[in-house]
Design a protein around this ligand. Structure first.
Ligand SMILES: [Zn+2]
Ligand SMILES: [Zn+2]
Length: 220
């Protein structure tokens, strides 16, 4: 049940931050359409991958899990110079729109408060994935670079899909998949305003939360 404060914030957010022309389906199509196309294109660039080069996949996965953890534990919950927008969007908006008592969105337009805005997603991927990809192409091999790009994008799309699933109505068929239910409960604990800066910073798989002692499984 959404409290009066959450209901009032949602109304204010919709008026101030969701443009009238915003369309949730288009946002989904951009994220998964463009992201999926670039991912597929990266895989098509692979040529005679050697066994050792496949190691790029698990290593990129772990690196992405670490980046997700520290990005969320750091600038998303603590105001840092030059990263105000990230803090504002996450702590000041996402966490006021959704609390542990009010997890589901009310309609597709509310996806604006869940998914990365296309411009921010493009910026982060260009700023972080591109330089590392180029460095790997130079220092290792083009196969390693393409595997890095494909795994990073796959991780990002998985992040967006899981986070969206946690904020769907509980009766939605996707939200009822058993493993999504378990991960959703961890994210719900993180949305408790008293706990949001203390635990469950992995949005996808709680590997770094387990490693760094911030996993909180409290069942509600
Ligand atoms: Zn959330
Ligand atoms: Zn958070």
């Amino acid at each position: 049940m959404a409290s009066e404060a959450v209901t009032a914030f949602r109304e204010q957010y919709r008026q101030e931050h969701i443009p009238p022309r915003y369309n949730g389906w288009l946002h989904l199509a951009f994220t998964f359409g463009i992201g999926g196309t670039v991912l597929g294109w990266s895989l098509l660039r692979l040529e005679a991958v050697r066994p050792v080069e496949w190691l790029a996949v698990p290593l990129t996965f772990l690196y992405a899990n670490f980046a997700e953890y520290w990005g969320h534990r750091g600038p998303m919950h603590h105001l840092k110079r030059g990263l105000r927008l990230v803090y504002e969007r996450h702590t000041r908006q996402h966490h006021r729109f959704f609390t542990d008592q009010a997890m589901p969105l009310d309609g597709l337009r509310d996806l604006r408060a869940v998914l990365f805005p296309p411009i921010l997603a493009t910026f982060f991927l260009a700023a972080f994935a591109l330089p590392v990809g180029l460095l790997l192409a130079w220092a290792a091999s083009s196969n390693v670079a393409w595997l890095f790009v494909a795994t990073s994008l796959g991780y990002f799309l998985n992040y967006e899909f899981l986070h969206m699933s946690y904020h769907l109505p509980e009766a939605h068929p996707i939200a009822r998949w058993p493993w999504i239910g378990r991960l959703r409960r961890l994210h719900q604990v993180h949305h408790d305003p008293r706990l949001m800066a203390r635990c469950n910073f992995n949005i996808t798989y709680p590997i770094c939360d387990a490693l760094f002692g911030t996993l909180h499984k409290q069942d509600r």
